[in-house]
Design a protein. Structure first.
Length: 206
């Protein structure tokens, strides 16, 4: 009963928060971490459906960082342990190899975020990525550079939102209320914003 009340509250919040387009488009940034069941829920139950309906109007960015902490010696400590860190690094490298094709990026992340979550190169192989190149990125300074970029882009937002996945729209200031509303009802938020912008041609939301 309590979980149902919380869900209904989040849905009501999502109806009250007005998302806006920018030149007819919406950018969705999703901060993820590999072993997070809430991220599985969001990608499988909300993001995939929303993207399938409105991909022409969406820019989707993934930041695989989550609640990762950088230690004094430069090493990383991840929320769900060593496997979480390794998988996040694989995600960063694979997404970089797929840059310029957000549909393929979403397909890769959808493949990765299923239950049970495992650490492997299976999804990268299914995407047709060169596993030698991927392994080189994961084990080299190329991966280090991607770590730094994800850290820089994620840390402040995660501190404010305090939930993974953390969701930010249009590079706006991060907001816990907005992020939680999107987690509960992304499709409606996106549709309402597109319908409010006459240049999109979106007229109705169901």
């Amino acid at each position: 009963m309590q979980s149902k009340i919380i869900f209904l509250l989040l849905v009501s919040i999502s109806c009250a928060i007005a998302l806006q387009t920018v030149n007819g488009r919406i950018k969705i940034t999703v901060i993820t971490t590999a072993y997070c069941s809430d991220t599985v829920t969001f990608i499988q139950n909300h993001l995939r459906e929303t993207y399938s309906l409105y991909s022409d109007y969406l820019e989707v960015e993934f930041l695989p960082w989550g609640r990762t902490q950088r230690n004094v010696d430069g090493s990383l400590t991840c929320q769900f342990g060593v496997a979480d860190c390794w998988s996040n690094r694989v995600h960063r490298c694979a997404l970089d190899m797929l840059k310029g094709n957000q549909t393929r990026q979403l397909e890769f992340m959808s493949c990765e975020f299923v239950i049970p979550i495992t650490s492997s190169y299976r999804c990268a192989q299914e995407m047709g990525l060169n596993l030698i190149d991927l392994d080189y990125c994961v084990s080299s300074s190329a991966g280090d550079h991607l770590d730094t970029a994800a850290e820089t882009a994620s840390v402040a937002s995660v501190q404010i939102i305090n939930f993974i996945p953390a969701i930010i729209f249009n590079n706006d200031q991060p907001s816990r209320d907005v992020s939680m509303a999107a987690f509960a009802n992304l499709r409606n938020m996106v549709c309402q914003a597109l319908a409010a912008d006459p240049i999109t041609g979106v007229n109705t939301c169901t």
